[in-house]
Design a protein around this ligand. Sequence first.
Ligand code: FAD
Length: 396
Amino acid sequence: DMHYTVVIVGGGSGGISVASRLVRAAKSLRDHVVVIDPSDKHYYQPLWTLVGGGAAQKQATERDEASVIPDGVKWMQDAVTEFTPDANYLTTKSGTKVHYDYLVVAPGIQIDWDKIKGLKEAIGKDGVCSNYSYDYVDSTWESIRNFKGGRAIFSYPNTAIKCGGAPQKIMYLAEEHFAKAGVRDATEVVFASAGGSIFSVKKYADALDKVIERKGIKTAYKRNLVEIRADKKEAVFENMDTKQQEVMKYDMIHVVPPMSSPDFIKKSPLADANGWVDVDKFTLQHKKYPNVFGLGDASNLPTSKTGAAIRKQAPTVEKNLLSLMHDQALLKKYNGYTSCPLVTGYGSLILAEFDYDLNPMETFPFDQGVERFSMYLLKKELLPVVYWDGMLKGLL
Ligand code: FAD
């Protein structure tokens, strides 16, 4: 058995941000915080949109996990399998029991590739691609680059996903590339989404509807992808209203797979009825176990799951956890802030930023509902630096 003052599950965006902030804020915590994560790599996933669009290299998004573990924090390379919060310990795959005084849960979201029939066999080749994995993101650019016309479909599933804007961002890049490559006139671009509109916040939805119209993209809402028949190049969608199945031929299809809370969270006492880590939406403290906090994609915070949201959640967890350690009230409140840099082409971007109530919460002194080159540069050049050198270091 082992014991740490603070145990952090997951060394992704959320886990590393909180680890850095804790040892920075409280020197006495040095060497008493452990991050448990089985992966020897850490990924900056937001850049995968540009990798899929051929505008960035995927190697730039991957670093060794060891290199992002802060000084004064231990890394245990193992997977958590079970939580026993009534006795303040968890169990790992290797059978180790890790006891804690405080627990932070941030294992991200699980991608359920097998929930779409035929997808696991089809993904990564013959025009079936996805930006939602380091392994397949190159297949997106392959598919776009080799596209000779026909129908290009971009799907959006009927589950919560990380980065709600990513399914359409890659479509705008693809459409622009098709035009440059001279195949746009021979191409039908289709956004086939289980949702009912282009975006949840009206201000940005209005702007995006204009982008869709300008680019001549077809929308098929309330369509949930349920099967890929790779041999016939057919995608099968279920109409969310009528439950009828519809077959659409494709020449390329960018698939956003269904996602859910990681299985080991779903079956744990930490989960809510839908499987997510059950935390207070303002303090990020667990609703049943006061010495447990949750953040990031695995939490049930009712906001869009993004790294940008985590940038605001991490200080909330840090401050409230330290307050709890000192028997003080949890005063730091998260307001649901999240952001989605909506790439609308190679060199244009709408920077959506909003809170729990879907009210825009914009950073810059101009209208962010307008497509801008400056905001594209922000995403491509500045935000990766902000992530690696600011957020993960606990500075921003
Ligand atoms: P992650 O960063 O995914 O980390 C989870 C960690 O938990 C991983 O290291 C994993 O190995 C570990 N883990 C898993 N299981 C276990 C286990 N059993 N035990 C221990 N550890 C475990 N966000 C933005 O802000 N802007 C964007 O433009 C944007 N675009 C995106 C585009 C794409 C294509 C994708 C895929 C994501 C995008 N995101 C974007 C979302 C962003 O990457 C995530 O919201 C963010 O990384 C979530 O952080 P997290 O810490 O919750 O999970």
